[in-house]
Design a protein around this ligand. Structure first.
Ligand code: ADP
Length: 311
């Protein structure tokens, strides 16, 4: 059953608990808000959802709690056609949660409790081995134990499965082995800055940072630049290429990077002969759709909503 899965994501699931209030409460204070909603998030799950909505056969390797949020998340994966064969539930921690307060001017305060995400480890990877080694593309981030991400990337590489690594959230002292384990290393400006110490405010900066990351051993590098699209660096012998995107009316950019990476995973798995630059151009256009609607996964487009020339 797992043999036909093209994209496997080893990563995080988080339940977003969002309260909108006139202002952020002070310590010890209780205030009334005017709206509450629950959303599905976590970088790993977000990326898997976008790849699935593009039409990839996907499997998620993750851990949730044996609680109502975990049950709901599993249903969310099923609703999106994602295999939950490697979604495990644990009694030992709660499903990852992000408690988010947003004030009327859009500022927020967030507490993330990674919970069950941090219990995903070697044993779970071994149980998902068949799916990982038979996939076309494996995607990892850093919202789970970094050792688990690195091990998953290595398992994939040893079996000639292409890897996409998204170093998010970035950690300053990240193990250098992550670079060598990444066929495509895809980060945003702030992650690139934190990892290299170089400031990234322009396309030229992103090109410099991309070359530096190539020197550290990445197969290819993509640095995403919000409304400026992205820069693709494929080798030291090729000039970095800026891939601009279209101007759109922005409603909410939350999750744009995850939409981009999920789309990229789909293209790498299903169009292996298309150039990385062309895949990045198309992923830009998918992510541009996501920023025009409020929400994270709720804003990610389905294949039927996208122009046919993206396929
Ligand atoms: P992150 O969400 O990780 O901060 P970015 O802000 O770089 O990442 O966005 C990722 C991708 O989403 C960009 O490369 C681009 O394709 C798309 N995107 C983000 N913001 C916009 C925007 N304002 N207009 C059009 N596309 C956008």
């Amino acid at each position: 059953m797992s043999e036909d899965v093209s994209v496997v994501v080893v990563g995080s699931c988080m339940t977003d608990l969002v309260s909108q209030a006139p202002r952020l409460p002070k310590a010890g204070e209780t205030i009334h808000g005017h709206r509450f909603f629950i959303g599905f998030g976590g970088k790993g799950a977000n990326q898997c959802i976008q790849a699935a909505r593009m039409g990839a056969k996907t499997a998620m390797v993750c851990k949730v709690g044996r609680d109502v949020f975990g049950n709901d998340y599993i249903q969310n994966f099923k609703n999106n056609g994602i295999s939950t064969a490697y979604v495990e539930q644990t009694e030992n921690a709660a499903t990852g949660a992000a408690s988010i307060i947003v004030n009327d001017t859009g500022e927020n305060a967030i507490v993330i409790v990674a919970g069950a995400n941090m219990l995903l480890g070697q044993e779970e990877l071994q149980r998902a081995l068949t799916a990982i080694v038979n996939a076309k593309v494996l995607v990892c981030q850093l919202e789970i134990n970094p050792d688990t991400s690195l091990q998953a990337l290595r398992m994939a590489r040893e079996n000639h499965v292409k890897t996409i690594f998204n170093p998010a959230p970035a950690i300053a002292d990240m193990c250098s082995d992550f670079y060598k384990a990444s066929d495509v290393f895809c980060c945003n400006e702030s992650e690139a800055e934190l990892l290299t110490g170089l400031s990234v405010t322009s396309v030229e900066d992103a090109s410099q940072v991309g070359l530096e990351l190539l020197n550290r051993g990445c197969g290819s590098v993509i640095v995403t630049l919000g409304p400026q699209g992205c820069v693709v660096c494929q080798s030291r012998n090729m000039a970095p290429k800026h891939i601009p995107t279209t101007a759109v009316t922005v409603a909410d950019t939350t999750g744009a990077g995850d939409s981009f990476i999920g789309a990229l995973a789909f293209y790498m798995a299903h169009y292996p002969t298309v150039s990385l630059e062309e895949m990045a151009r198309r992923a830009n256009l998918v992510a541009a759709v996501s920023v025009q609607t409020v929400g994270t996964q709720t804003s990610f487009p389905f294949r039927k909503d996208l122009p046919t020339e993206l396929f």
